[in-house]
Design a binder for this molecule. Sequence first.
Ligand SMILES: Cc1cc2nc3c(=O)[nH]c(=O)nc-3n(C[C@H](O)[C@H](O)[C@H](O)COP(=O)(O)O)c2cc1C
Length: 258
Amino acid sequence: MKRVTAFVGSARKKHTYNTTRQFLDNLQSLGDVEYEIVTLSDHRLGTCKGCQLCFDKGEEFCPLKDDRDVLIEKIRASDGVVLASPNYSFQVSAIIKIFLDRLGFVFHRPHFFGKTFTSIVVQGIYGGNKIVRYLDFVGNGLGFNTVKGSCVTALQPMTEKEKQKIDKVLARQSRRFYERLVKPAYPVPTLFGLMAFRMARTSIRLELDENTRDYVYYKDKGWFESEYFYPTRLGALKKAAGRLFDSIQTKRTRSRHS
Ligand SMILES: Cc1cc2nc3c(=O)[nH]c(=O)nc-3n(C[C@H](O)[C@H](O)[C@H](O)COP(=O)(O)O)c2cc1C
């Protein structure tokens, strides 16, 4: 049994909600999946004040008292996560952005490894594909194993042809997502993923110290010595590339301080 949680960033239960539900129903028709749809606007989420206490000292020092941890617990309990947003003014809706800002510390200390992620964007006319790329980038940054998201156009009234197009896009995305969900959850990193890890960890090792949460987190996880966030088999080329990324970042950091 695989558990999937979808976070929906539209306050009304209309196109974004229905599209997400169709995607999740498709998953259920492919295998043993249970799901929950979380409408973010039904939860209390404060607007980040920018104090950065979560980065420096730890997320438990955040002055906002809202439902952040309830929502994080839902992610922790899931094998798969969907972020679904309407296109508002060529970007995600405000509640999605507020939610992502509340997860800001996770970009510093990624921890959703082994969980499959995808995005769904619903638009009236134009601009959604860029938002999908943004959300997929964000998914990777949070540590998820990301399956390319989809943008669907739900302009009313909808013709039969338009409806069929949405069905096709969602059927394809659900298949890809399901296949990833049931595969081994810890894939070999892409070159970009490897670069992001090696440069971040080198920078944290050289720039920070035991007084910061990021440093302690990386140290406790063994990430200053490991090849990647989790055990993986890098080929000779990626091993060499990893060493190169470490050394480039070392030089960059030293030149900042010279
Ligand atoms: C404030 C606002 C801004 C919007 N901006 C865009 C936009 O930039 N591009 C677009 O294609 N659709 C835009 N739309 C249309 C919505 O993306 C579209 O109606 C979508 O289906 C809404 O999702 P919902 O039915 O789940 O509420 C906007 C809608 C609203 C309410």
